[in-house]
Design a protein around this ligand. Structure first.
Ligand code: CA
Length: 370
């Protein structure tokens, strides 16, 4: 903390003071607060880091500058995977990442991001808002001294970059792959050698051959990292991450010290970011996929159905195993699995039937601009 910051912090009075005084570097003067947000993303990274920046901007504008949030990329204050500790321990007030990065704290947190063969982005959002998801998330994050908000969604991801073909489940044996969360557990069950790396460490690891395969996100982000330079095949679908939710976590004492109107601004800002990030991914994936295929000659491959069926079966085993060993995972899974069952029945008749109808071979009107 600089000297001015120290003097401001020492002069803390009134609303927010009790919470802020527990933090290492707060600055509250004349009702104005300066917070810091650590992220698991490279600074301003497309869609993810920019989502965190948007959140900060919306909070500052919505509070007319009463609360400003300075965003830090991974490694600027703490390494990516120490972001949660930095927030729960009060080094900073706020963080942005993904719940599955914190599975070492509470295993069931993984489910809040996504789960293999689970929910689409919109279904996952519906679960958070109308299926009891927010309450379950709050219960877990509270144990870590944090308040949670869904804060962006990647939409359906890609299956990943591979240097050899995946023609059967056997091809996963010995495959050294970067794949986090429950998807990683499934690849492990298939015989893969699984590692988790923060985003920025993936390109060099794939380039050097330290790993054979890697999933990151989808065309937009994977193009930004240049992953096409180090792998031959780009597989789909992202069975392991059908709609990954990003998390905004706030030091609980700092959150509880906020006045109700600023709390409402943060809640609304997260709702806006949650939708805006998903929209950005949809729009940018469309154009980035075209660039990958047309300019970089990327070879797209679908996982064969028997591979997906095998991975689906293994996913069930992994989920059952987790639920059997951990009551909280049982609770989250029961909620998600019953939501999934109903969602599958409706989605089959709605999005699924519609996108199949749209893809039938008929001649359609085309944009004049091409
Ligand atoms: Ca991913």
């Amino acid at each position: 903390m600089d000297r001015r910051g120290f003097i401001r912090a020492a002069a803390v009075t009134g609303v927010g003071g009790a919470a802020a005084s527990q933090l290492a570097a707060p600055a509250v003067a004349k009702g104005r607060m300066e917070w810091r947000m650590v992220t698991t993303w490279p600074k301003n990274y497309p869609g993810l880091g920019t989502g965190a920046e948007l959140l900060a901007q919306l909070i500052e504008r919505g509070t007319d500058g009463r609360l400003t949030v300075k965003v830090f990329g991974a490694g600027e204050i703490v390494p990516a995977f120490e972001a949660l500790d930095a927030v729960s321990g009060g080094t900073v007030e706020m963080g942005h990442g993904a719940s599955y990065y914190w599975k070492g704290k509470i295993a069931a947190l993984q489910f809040l991001t996504t789960f293999p063969f689970g929910l689409t982005a919109q279904e996952q959002n519906a679960w958070f808002q109308y299926g009891g998801g927010q309450e379950i998330a709050d219960e877990m994050y509270k144990q870590l001294g944090c308040k949670f908000f869904p804060s962006g969604n990647s939409g359906a991801q890609m299956g990943g970059w591979f240097n050899r073909e995946i023609n059967s489940l056997e091809d996963y044996k010995g495959l050294k792959m970067r794949i986090p969360g429950l998807g990683g557990e499934v690849v492990k069950a298939a015989g893969g050698n699984v590692v988790n790396l923060p985003g920025a460490e993936i390109p060099p690891a794939l380039q050097s051959g330290a790993i054979d395969a890697a999933e990151w996100v989808g065309p937009y982000n994977d193009l930004a990292f240049g992953l096409y330079k180090s792998a031959k095949y780009y597989y789909y679908p992202g069975w392991h991450e059908p709609g990954s939710t990003l998390d905004n976590f706030i030091n609980l004492a700092a959150w509880e010290g906020l006045p109700a109107d600023i709390k409402a601004v943060i809640e609304s800002a997260n709702a806006a970011v949650n939708q805006t990030v998903l929209s950005e991914f949809v729009a940018r994936n469309n154009s980035s996929l075209k660039t990958l295929v047309q300019q970089h000659g990327v070879v797209l491959k679908a996982f064969p159905d028997p591979v997906l069926e095998g991975l689906g079966g293994l996913s069930g085993q992994v989920l059952d195993g987790l639920a059997a060993s951990d009551p909280m995972s049982r609770k989250v899974m029961d909620s998600l699995l019953s939501f999934r069952k109903d969602a599958m029945a409706w989605t089959r008749l709605s999005e699924q039937a519609f996108t199949a109808a749209r893809a039938l071979p008929y001649t359609f009107a085309e944009a004049k601009a091409g």
